[in-house]
Design a protein around this ligand. Structure first.
Ligand code: PHE
Ligand code: FE
Length: 287
């Protein structure tokens, strides 16, 4: 997710993209990718949603090393018209949404150091590619992401970004999906995290609530630790229709009158799948 940044670094194009410069990755950088990839692929067996597993296969992500964005974009664009472009780090919200609205996913080109396999604050190429890109090969999810970009530009104009950002957080980054074989992961922040991919499904601590658009847009979230609540969709069609096909302008007005909710709140109208013990020792504050 993009945070507020204003100055465009030297060497970036007007749309903030940079060349990935794939040839400049070192063999130890490729080796970090391979370690993360193998470990996460083991962890996600029986945890990732079907669309993610299909995406990994369609995009040949099992090939060794950090993917080349141009080659990946060729495969991806044949399926859903999406491409992957490199950026130096966080980009301004408007730039981020403009890319999404045009089916371009912005990704960091750098990869974490070998001593940061488990946790890192800023998204790297493993999070961005492994976490996000497989689902962009799913036609319905691909449409959702583009619509979200358009919705982001609109939310900026309406001063409602804080509310809309929560939708991204609780779906694109930390979403769960109820499949016939059980609860599965589709959020990129979980799929790219060794610890959270187990925690989100197996731990007794977090709440797991059925997805509800207004409820999600009222809910604060954690940026520095596992989530205290996960929202569960039934399928991507449901997610797409409840968001793209609704006019958010009146919803934003209504949200101004409703109190925000803490990340661990459970309220009377929630459809609770599992109520968390909240026993996990959270660090830091929530947003
Ligand atoms: N339909 C929303 C609006 O009118 C935009 C949107 C689409 C938001 C998809 C999120 C996801 O603002
Ligand atoms: Fe992300």
């Amino acid at each position: 997710m993009a945070l507020a940044v204003t100055d465009r670094p030297p060497g970036t194009a007007a749309d903030w993209t940079i060349p990935q410069n794939w040839a400049s990755y070192t063999s130890s950088e490729h080796a970090v990718w391979d370690r993360l990839y193998d470990r996460q692929t083991d962890m996600l067996r029986d945890r990732a949603c079907n669309a993610f597993r299909r995406g990994v296969e369609h995009l040949s992500l099992s090939e060794k090393g950090i993917p080349n964005f141009d080659e990946l974009s060729e495969r991806l664009s044949k399926r859903t018209g999406w491409r992957v472009v490199a950026v130096p780090g966080l980009v301004p919200d408007e730039v981020f949404f403009e890319h999404l609205a045009n089916r371009r996913f912005v990704a960091g080109r750098f990869i974490r150091k070998p001593d940061q396999l488990d946790y890192l604050q800023e998204p790297d190429v493993f999070h961005d590619l492994f976490g996000h890109v497989p689902l962009l090969s799913d036609p319905v999810f691909a449409n959702y992401m583009q619509a979200y970009g358009e919705g982001g530009l609109k939310a900026l104009r309406l001063g409602a970004l804080e509310k809309l950002a929560r939708l991204y957080w609780y779906t694109v980054e930390f979403g769960l999906i109820a499949e016939s074989s059980g609860l599965r992961l589709y959020g990129a922040g979980i799929l790219s995290s060794f610890g959270e991919s187990r925690f989100a499904l197996d731990d007794a601590s977090p709440n797991r609530l059925k997805f509800d658009l207004m409820r999600v847009m009222r809910t604060h979230y954690r940026i520095d630790d596992y989530q205290q609540t996960y929202f569960v969709i039934d399928n991507f069609d449901q997610l797409l229709h409840q968001t793209r096909d609704a006019d958010f302008t009146p919803l934003y007005r209504e949200l101004e009158k409703l109190p925000d909710l803490a990340p661990d709140a459970v309220i009377a109208s929630d459809r609770v799948m599992s109520r968390g013990s909240q026993q996990h020792a959270y660090r830091g504050k929530f947003q």
